[in-house]
Ligand binder design. Structure first.
Ligand SMILES: C[S@@+](CC[C@H](N)C(=O)[O-])C[C@H]1O[C@@H](n2cnc3c(N)ncnc32)[C@H](O)[C@@H]1O
Length: 179
């Protein structure tokens, strides 16, 4: 993040965990946290309240980046996203504990694709217009790096080491997205 980071967006917030972590780690920011699922947002609201962060985290319903209220809070300096990214083959072989999760949270083939990258395709197309000039996107892709790189071979992603591995979370600058 650059020094003037003020606006953070946690897209696909689910239970709100990334938004809450961002608000704690970056105390000078305000955070918008959005999800398509109202059930997820209801859980996020409980968690935000548990952390006493209602004044700094706005929860709103949006399909991707489409909601006008989400757009009005931007442009964002930091866009965090842990989207649905499971490919069609893996969706068909999910172990029972994942089958118990809502498919909306996992299935990355909402537009009819098979590689799990449908949501990510839309995100990478739309993100630049919602990012500050020096803004960055930090995207979790889980174990799907091969599918990501096959779908976006020219993108100069910076892979960020995490406790879960070296190739599950990537960073893209706005500049890289528009080039
Ligand atoms: C893998 S979960 C991520 C949850 C949370 N951010 C985390 O890191 O634990 C993906 C989330 O994306 C949401 N989602 C799926 N499709 C979406 C869409 N088109 N627009 C916004 N959110 C969506 C799901 O409801 C789910 O909460």
């Amino acid at each position: 993040m650059h020094e003037g980071t003020r606006q953070v967006l946690d897209l696909c917030t689910g239970n709100g965990s990334l938004a809450i972590i961002a608000a704690h780690v970056y105390p000078d920011t305000v955070v918008c946290a959005s999800d398509l699922s109202q059930d997820a947002l209801d859980v996020a609201a409980l968690n935000v309240a548990d952390h006493g962060l209602q004044a700094r985290i706005t929860l709103l319903q949006s399909d991707g980046l489409q909601a006008p209220t989400l757009q009005a809070q931007g442009p964002y300096d930091l866009l965090l996203c842990n989207p649905p990214y499971v490919n069609a083959h893996s969706m068909a072989c999910l172990p029972p504990e994942f089958q118990a999760e809502p498919a909306l949270a996992l299935d990355g083939n909402a537009d009819g694709g098979r590689d799990g990258m449908d949501f990510v395709r839309r995100l990478l197309r739309d993100a630049p217009q919602h990012l500050h000039r020096q803004g960055v996107l930090v995207l979790e892709i889980g174990h799907e790096r091969a599918f990501f790189e096959a779908a976006f071979p020219a993108l100069p992603a910076v892979w960020l080491p995490t406790s879960a591995g070296e190739d599950q979370v990537l960073l893209l600058t706005r500049e890289a997205l528009v080039s």
